[in-house]
Design a protein around this ligand. Structure first.
Ligand code: NAD
Length: 376
């Protein structure tokens, strides 16, 4: 029979004192499930949540040099990719497990699913485990809108969105929260995706036009978001579709052999990236020479590099999603759940009577184990 156990906080606190952990609370592993995230976001309001999350992401980009960084570890298959995304700021360590399987929706599954962990570096103990499928939608959109805040024309009022899948509503909401964009010109090859998008954002005071083609969607738009999923080098935007002054938020091209923009657009634009070592493998710039010039987004945010210089300039955020953004999301989540009911405690770490007597746990009578880890 499957049983759920919950660690007794009183027992753990007493134990933390005994073995001199810096903070007894660190031993409690908080778990934020899908339902918890949904209710937490609803309680705060999604746009307020996105604004708060964007602030954490911005803060972490500002202290970029504090982070340990590496391109994510990817395991590719014919149908998709499974990736691990680790980073640390010396105080906390975090990682996300995430997949990308574009054909999953054909069998009723999502393209992207994820979970994440945040640990205390001083003890190595995990302190937070969270769902990160919804959090990925939120953090990707918050990062996109944050980049656009620095790179789009200040007078930008409209955005085209090509690809109306799982990420799309989050993108729309983040751009309104951070940039005040209300006019959306949208397109998807699947008409049901457009219907879903309209239904989800009905009564939310957007001005939405569903276009018949991608060309029609981008006509006159100040910002273009591409967020399609297809494991191939697709041409979602061709050079003739992109006019002067546009900011492109290229989100969908995020693994080798998967791009959305025609190379000529990249040559006409200034390209901004998260972590060049990862983006050169996975982003739009995988199409270009290894020394193709790019500007790191963190430098713009930290005031070390220029973002948009001219109204006529084409800027591209070649988004692939970087580990620090998930780390920021986990930090934000952890801070938001304290003192709320939006988490449970997870029976994840062993607490033997003596730290080296792990086997001794088998010698405890079942009643003692159950008393210490009360059945939920
Ligand atoms: P999804 O499968 O839910 O949605 C993709 C949508 O794109 C579908 O509605 C599909 O019909 C549409 N589409 C496919 N080809 C198209 C075309 N040629 N023109 C117009 N529409 C087209 O996927 P999702 O979860 O929304 O993710 C979208 C993409 O974003 C994926 O490639 C994913 O890997 C990527 N992603 C990137 C980041 C990042 O940080 N950069 C984060 C999350 C997801």
């Amino acid at each position: 029979m499957l049983r759920k156990f919950k660690i007794s906080t009183r027992f753990l606190r007493a134990y933390a004192d005994l073995i001199e952990f810096p903070d007894g609370d660190e031993i409690v592993v908080q778990y934020v499930g899908v339902g918890n995230v949904i209710e937490l976001v609803k309680s705060i309001g999604i746009e307020t949540f996105l604004l708060g999350l964007a602030e954490y992401i911005e803060d972490d980009f500002r202290r970029w040099n504090a982070f340990e960084k590496t391109p994510r570890l990817a395991s590719h298959s014919k149908t998709g990719v499974i990736e691990l995304m680790p980073t640390s700021d010396g105080e906390h360590y975090g990682f996300k497990y995430v997949n990308g399987h574009p054909k999953n929706p054909n069998v009723g599954l999502q393209t992207v699913t994820a979970f994440g962990v945040l640990s205390d570096v001083s003890t190595g103990y995990p302190c937070l485990v969270s769902e990160m499928t919804i959090m990925t939608g939120l953090r990707t959109a918050a990062t996109s809108a944050l980049a656009a805040k620095y790179l789009a024309r200040p007078d930008a009022r409209s955005m085209a969105i090509i690809g109306l899948g799982a990420q799309s509503e989050f993108q729309a909401l983040a751009f309104r929260a951070l940039l005040g964009i209300k006019r959306l010109q949208v397109f998807d090859i699947d008409i049901e995706a457009a219907d879903k998008f309209l239904k989800n954002l009905a009564d939310m005071d957007f001005d939405i036009v569903v276009a018949k083609t991608a060309e029609e969607a981008v006509a006159g738009a100040d910002i273009i978001t591409t967020v399609t999923a297809d494991k191939r080098n697709a041409t979602i935007l061709s050079d003739n579709m992109v006019g002067a002054g546009v900011h492109i938020n290229a989100v969908g091209g995020d693994c080798p052999g998967k791009t959305e923009l025609q190379g000529d657009i990249l040559r006409r634009a200034d390209v901004f990236v998260e972590y060049p070592e990862q983006t050169r493998i996975e982003g739009e710039i995988q199409q270009m020479a290894p020394d193709f010039p790019v500007i790191e987004l963190w430098r713009v945010i930290a005031g070390e590099a220029e973002g948009r210089r001219l109204g006529s300039q084409i800027t591209i955020f070649d988004s692939v999603g970087f580990a620090t953004e998930d780390f920021s999301a986990l930090r934000f989540l952890r801070d938001r759940i304290q003192g709320t009911a939006f988490y449970t405690e997870l029976d994840l770490t062993t607490q033997p009577e003596h730290p080296r007597d792990l086997y001794g746990l088998f010698k405890q009578p079942a009643a003692a184990v159950i008393a210490e880890r009360s059945v939920a």
